[in-house]
Design a protein around this ligand. Structure first.
Ligand code: CP
Ligand code: NVA
Length: 306
């Protein structure tokens, strides 16, 4: 049976542990130039209704390095943009290619695509979730600490798609997760309550608060993301004015553990959600984090498209 990756909730604790182990091997293999041909004769379609640097390129290169091919479909150049249903697109693509990565606005469109395709569908970011990013984040932290359980992750900023996926992931890896955002910018309420419930069951701490200093205190990781996500450009001015207190800067970093990892899924806006000295400073792991997208995408493709 085909498997999709639409949400972090599509993965069990065991799946995540397997992804971390396999990614470690694939990263090592690439560093020693060892080739893989596991996806020879397979083609991946990439449907993007929003811009992308990391997600698009990491999936393309991952596919090439696994011996496969890709076809990139810009959202406005396919018939969905003229009203063809996602369901029909799914049925057609299932007869041409072996997997789909889609980046779009509405999460329900991705669900519709997945329900109507006979091939795996991977969420390359929706307004609700960004699961592939969080898998690379988990791997980046795991590489440093050799574990995830018991760590404190502080997410400072908007309760957006990245935050939602982090909320679902943290209890699965037994990590503590505290998110600080301005009032009114909390993550999806259904996701927050299910994450808190799951955290209680696992004996870890998950909290959404409005105090960035409290969140950053003794953190092992400080994570941030843009204040204005793709598609929210019209609200930019009003929104930015409410986020000033939520900037990741050296004062906030000083409250965390000395070796605290600074993470950002990128693209970053220096001077907004994070200062240049912090993102380009010694605690930052953002380039390793971005590189790890490639290794994790390879793992995802090799597990789903086999
Ligand atoms: N982090 C991330 O998904 O980056 P892109 O928007 O460049 O794909
Ligand atoms: N929250 C951001 C993530 C970009 C990778 C957005 O949706 O634009």
């Amino acid at each position: 049976m085909k498997r999709d990756l639409l949400s972090i909730n599509d993965l069990t604790e065991k799946d995540i542990a397997l992804i971390l182990q396999k990614t470690k091997i694939l990263k090592k293999m690439r560093k020693s130039n060892r080739k893989l041909n596991q996806l020879q004769d397979k083609t991946l379609a990439l449907i993007f209704f929003k811009p992308s640097t990391r997600t698009r390129i990491s999936f393309e290169v991952a596919m090439y390095e696994l011996g496969g091919n890709v076809t990139y479909l810009s959202g406005d150049e396919i018939q969905i943009s003229r009203g063809e249903p996602c369901a029909d697109t799914a049925k057609v693509l299932s007869r041409y290619v072996h997997g789909i990565v889609i980046r779009t606005f509405s999460h329900s469109e991705v669900l519709e695509l997945a329900q109507n395709s006979t091939i795996p569908v991977i969420n390359g970011l929706t307004d609700l979730e960004h699961p592939c990013q969080i898998l690379a984040d988990l791997f980046t932290i795991y590489e440093r600490h050799k574990k995830l359980d018991g760590l404190k992750i502080a997410f400072i900023g908007d309760g957006n798609n990245v935050a939602n996926s982090w909320l679902l992931a943290a209890p699965k890896v037994n990590a503590n997760f505290v998110l600080a955002c301005p009032r009114g910018y909390e993550p999806d309420s259904g996701i927050v309550s299910s994450a808190i419930k799951e955290a209680k069951r696992k004996g870890v701490h998950i909290e959404v608060i409005n105090d960035p200093k409290l969140a950053a205190k003794s953190a092992d990781v400080i994570y941030t993301d843009v204040w204005i996500s793709m598609g929210q450009e019209k609200d930019a001015k009003a929104k930015k004015s409410q986020f000033n207190r939520f900037q990741v800067n050296k004062n906030l970093l000083a409250l965390a553990k000395p070796e605290c990892m600074i993470m950002h899924c990128l693209p970053a806006h220096r001077g907004e959600e994070i200062t240049a000295d912090v993102i380009d400073g010694k605690n930052s792991v953002v380039w390793e984090q971005a590189e790890n997208r490639l290794h994790v995408e390879k793992t995802i493709l090799s597990l789903l498209l086999k």
